[in-house]
Design a protein around this ligand. Structure first.
Ligand code: FEO
Length: 163
């Protein structure tokens, strides 16, 4: 059985993961309007990944005999000034999510909830990967600059994301 503090923070995290999916889907929509199909595809796949994170927590709460309570998801931004701005926001968002995951982990440890802390280790590792990927894209955009040809190449490269 999950304690109330652990259950509450995991339910909060489900909301944050779905918000991440919503945020990236909004970015994907923006990229579609800018004819950046590769970026849009990358962001759409990222949105799907965020949904899978939310569902992983959803399943875990149920496995532990807890109560999933879905919360309202805020409206994400819809306007982005450039591709660099957009991916910088991805990176900043992932850093924020890392902090939220760490708070879940701290709550589980404080509660001596070892199964939850073990489950959360997957998320801790995942956040290292998420921040690494977003940082790499931001650095690449800075490197290639904002010329049409460079953006075209980058869009093509991001569109090759497998899953
Ligand atoms: Fe679910 Fe991008 O962290």
């Amino acid at each position: 059985m999950l304690s109330k503090p652990v259950q509450d923070i995991l339910n909060d995290q489900i909301k944050h993961e779905f918000y991440s999916a919503y945020f990236y889907l909004s970015m994907a929509a923006h990229c579609e309007t800018e004819n950046l199909a590769g970026c849009a595809r990358w962001l759409r796949l990222q949105a799907q990944e965020e949904q899978s994170h939310a569902l992983k927590l959803f399943d875990y709460i149920n496995e532990r005999g807890g109560q999933v309570t879905l919360q309202a998801i805020a409206q994400p931004p819809a306007e982005f000034t450039s591709v660099l701005d957009l991916f910088q926001q991805v990176l900043e968002h992932e850093k924020k999510v890392t902090g939220l995951i760490n708070r879940c982990y701290e709550t589980a440890l404080k509660d001596n909830d070892y199964p939850t802390s073990i489950m959360l280790q997957w998320f801790i590792e995942e956040q290292v990967e998420e921040e690494k990927n977003a940082t790499a894209i931001v650095e690449q955009i800075k490197m290639v600059g904002a010329s049409g040809a460079a953006l075209y190449m980058l869009d093509h490269q991001l569109g090759a994301r497998a899953g």
